[in-house]
Design a protein around this ligand. Structure first.
Ligand code: URA
Length: 430
């Protein structure tokens, strides 16, 4: 078999065999196929696409490129939750403690920020002392004790994805349904959960720009997971504007704690409760909205979040005293230049502004400034008067402040007439 022939076959729009797909994935992972040929292959897939069978085979080949986490020592159904990436997405910190308070076990391998979207691991590391790199035994022990743990993806789970993703990122071949589905699902299957809930984001701040694309991605992922004997469900959620009011690492931890106190913004609460309900349902625990709300009011999830921080080496006092988190005191306000209603708040622009402030990475090797971010005082449908503060921008010496400010200003579009507040949860599939 020759890589040249496989590239040519896909370039000409033909279907690849299981053996050809395995040859590509394993050859590239082992370093036998050079980057330039893999890049050409990915571009051919980007333009020609893959059918469901090819996408399934690609996922399994990527899964088989590394180890699978053995969770057999954990009793009961093991759950996982995955977000396809967004801006202001602190949902994991809200959903996991609430779901775990109902007695289920959640294993969560998370990533770092990608492009304009933030990463759960970066956010967690804003908590002083927090350890996100755990051994398998540590990870399982914490899940057993607390009900959940969050660790960074280990090198040996789906290593093919790590290598292929880096190349896709550098060759403009990320936005393809088969490549995204195989990348996400191979990691999730390797992490070993029995049931997975996908939060598929839709809108300007997401990979999927419209509901139709997002639905196709969701169905593709659900099909692969189910064919592997696991349960899955997908929630499509709005990412046209950022989730909640805080964007930036420490700021998002603060907002997550507010949600666990039952005082978070409505969109974050609504999406979190939907995800909790779907996760519990897959585990055979039937709850309604009232049950979830009472659980939050009991403060059990909040206390569990504190225990989780402590157990992963972090300082749990940040929960009661958020000033212990690194938060910049240098703040510039962005104001409305006219009266009206916020008609648009572009999530991607806010995400990019956060990267320019130093809250995300422009290059893989960049370090993160946890103290910077954006607080959105006005969101879509809010009424504003000229001169009102739309957003507060937390910056530091490292920030490219002027560029970030103009992005935040341009993210807001103000119309004269009232605008309806957009729904947060768009659809539940599966
Ligand atoms: N997240 C992933 O893990 N992979 C993709 O391809 C896109 C989003």
């Amino acid at each position: 078999m020759r890589m040249y022939d496989i590239i040519k076959k896909k370039r000409d729009g033909e279907e690849l065999t299981t053996e050809e797909i395995r040859f590509v994935v394993h050859g590239y992972t082992r370093g036998e196929i050079p980057d330039y040929q893999m890049a050409a292959f990915l571009m051919a897939v980007y333009f020609r696409g893959m059918n469901e069978r090819e996408t399934y085979d690609l996922t399994i080949a990527m899964l088989e490129s590394g180890e699978r986490l053995d969770l057999s020592s954990l009793k009961g159904v093991k759950l996982d939750k995955h977000s396809s990436g967004g801006v202001g997405d602190k949902i994991t910190f809200v959903v996991l403690p609430i779901a775990a308070s109902f007695g289920v076990k959640i294993i969560k391998m998370s990533g770092r920020g990608l492009g304009h979207t933030g990463g759960t691991i970066d956010k967690l590391e804003s908590i002083p002392g927090m350890k996100t790199s755990l051994t398998r035994d540590e990870f399982i022990r914490i899940v057993d004790e607390i009900g959940f743990a969050v660790a960074s993806q280990t090198e040996n789970l789906a290593p093919a994805d790590k290598k292929i993703y880096a190349l896709r990122d550098a060759t403009a071949t990320v936005e393809n349904l088969s490549l995204i589905a195989s990348s996400i699902v191979s990691k999730k299957l390797a992490a070993g959960a029995d049931a997975i809930v996908f939060d598929v984001k839709v809108g300007s701040g997401a990979f999927m720009k419209n509901v139709d694309q997002a639905r196709r991605l969701a169905l593709l992922m659900l099909d692969i997971v189910k064919r592997n004997g696991r349960k899955a469900r997908a929630v499509l959620s709005n990412m046209d504007q950022p989730l909640g009011r805080m964007v930036g690492n420490s700021l998002e931890v603060i907002e997550a704690v507010e949600c666990l106190r039952g005082e978070g913004p409505e969109d974050v609460m609504q999406l979190s409760f939907t995800l909790v309900k779907e996760m519990l349902d897959l585990a055979g625990v039937r709850v309604n909205l009232n049950d979830i709300e009472s659980m939050v009011r009991s403060h059990e999830p909040l206390n569990r979040f504190k225990k989780f921080i402590e157990r992963q080496g972090g300082d749990p006092s940040v929960v009661d005293d958020p000033s212990r988190l690194p938060i910049s005191r240098d703040i510039v306000e962005v104001r409305a230049d006219r009266d009206g209603y916020v008609a648009r708040l572009d999530a991607e622009a806010i995400g990019r502004a956060c990267v320019l402030l130093g809250g995300g990475r422009s290059k893989k090797e960049d370090s993160i400034d946890h103290s910077v971010g954006i607080e959105l005082l006005k969101k879509v449908s809010d009424h504003v008067k000229a001169g009102d503060v739309l957003a507060k921008v937390y910056h530091s010496k490292r920030s490219d402040l002027n560029s970030a400010l103009s992005l935040v200003q341009s993210a807001y579009v103000i119309f004269e007439h009232p605008v309806e507040s957009p729904p947060t949860v768009l659809e539940v599939i599966g």
